[in-house]
Write a protein that binds this ligand. Structure first.
Ligand SMILES: NC(=O)c1ccc[n+]([C@@H]2O[C@H](COP(=O)([O-])OP(=O)(O)OC[C@H]3O[C@@H](n4cnc5c(N)ncnc54)[C@H](O)[C@@H]3O)[C@@H](O)[C@H]2O)c1
Length: 301
């Protein structure tokens, strides 16, 4: 099976690529840039050289269609994160909305039977209401993407699954509003101080559990336009610090700043119906694995 992975040069993409390659799948990765160091840390240098690279903008309709040709499956991750969308909303819309439309159009025209894509818990706002009401451009673009996915199902019968994780952490997470827990693990592993720049309650999930969800979804029934709330563990910044100190007792980690601008609603659409065998690892285990992966003498995941 050949999989087109957009945004595969980034953090979550590296972990998905590692899982799919381990299953013997061929990977074509479309991205504007490659974080080679992250990819090599997560996948190993030999594997990275086996991937087929397409350096292209996901907002380029023709380039995405050309990249999809000959692929059997499509995973769409390419996107700008919250700070980038805030700094340049027009560019954010081009990448996150037009890019998603291009991916669905490419799947439709190249006969790829389904799109798996990254939405986000950012579709929810701070009110905790059942209906998504984002207050960030990023969340608004992700919500628009989910509605476009529904339109492709209604108009063209093109099925999709969009995943909505909240804070994704693990080796290689360096950017975005919620990189703090990963950067705290890295600082603890290196004996450096660090302050997580947000507080409040949030959901947090290890990146390899996100990758496992995409891997399972490749085999899920292809029908409908699904949105899955990919929940890991509910936590506060203090819980992250406590989990870090269980591994590095003298770690100098603090947390200050505003709460995250997202509160999950009470009723979530979890993955159980579509991915019955999927589960997320406990927070303490994921934090310990992340610190271990960041230890200076042992950079491998
Ligand atoms: N990290 C999280 O906590 C989190 C949570 C929810 C959803 N997501 C979503 O997951 C996806 C991957 O996020 P990540 O954390 O790996 O971020 P990342 O920034 O590491 O990866 C995103 C990738 O998209 C690429 N990209 C950006 N603009 C592009 C363009 N115009 N054309 C082609 N490629 C482009 C980047 O080069 C990068 O490699 C994104 O869609 C993000 O919104 C992330």
């Amino acid at each position: 099976m050949k999989v087109l992975l957009t945004g595969g040069g980034g953090f979550i993409g590296a972990w998905i690529a590692r899982r799919l390659a381990a299953r013997g799948m061929a990977l074509r990765i479309l991205d504007v840039g490659i974080r080679r160091e992250t990819l090599e840390q997560v996948c190993g240098p030999a594997l990275v050289d086996r991937f087929e690279w397409v350096i292209a903008d996901v907002a380029d309709t023709g380039a995405v269609r050309a990249a999809a040709r000959g692929c059997d499956a499509l995973i769409h991750l390419a996107g700008m994160l919250t700070p980038g969308c805030r700094a340049d909303p027009v560019l954010g819309a081009k990448v996150n909305v037009i890019g998603l439309l291009n991916v669905f159009l490419a799947a439709r025209s190249e006969g790829i039977g389904r799109v798996l894509y990254m939405s986000s818990a950012g579709v929810f706002g701070p009110d905790g209401g059942q209906a998504p009401s984002p207050i960030t451009h990023y969340g608004a673009f992700k919500l628009a993407g989910e509605h476009c996915a529904a339109a492709f199902w209604a108009d063209d019968g093109l099925p999709s699954i969009g995943f909505r994780p909240y804070v994704v952490y693990g080796l290689g997470r360096e950017d975005g509003l919620s990189a703090g827990p990963s950067l705290a693990c890295r600082a603890a592993a290196r004996g450096q101080p660090y302050t997580i720049p947000f507080t409040g309650e949030f959901d947090i999930i290890h990146v390899d559990d996100v990758a496992a969800a995409f891997e399972s979804a490749l085999e899920a029934p292809a029908t409908g336009a699904h949105r899955i709330d990919l929940v890991g563990a509910s936590a506060r910044a203090e819980d992250i610090i406590e989990a870090i100190r269980k591994v590095v007792p003298d770690a100098v980690i603090a947390a200050e700043g505003p709460p995250m601008p997202i509160r999950l609603p009470v009723h979530l659409q979890g993955p159980a119906a579509l991915l019955p065998d999927w589960s997320a690892r406990p927070l303490a285990l994921g934090i310990a694995q992340t610190i271990e992966a960041y230890r200076p003498a042992d950079g491998a995941a």
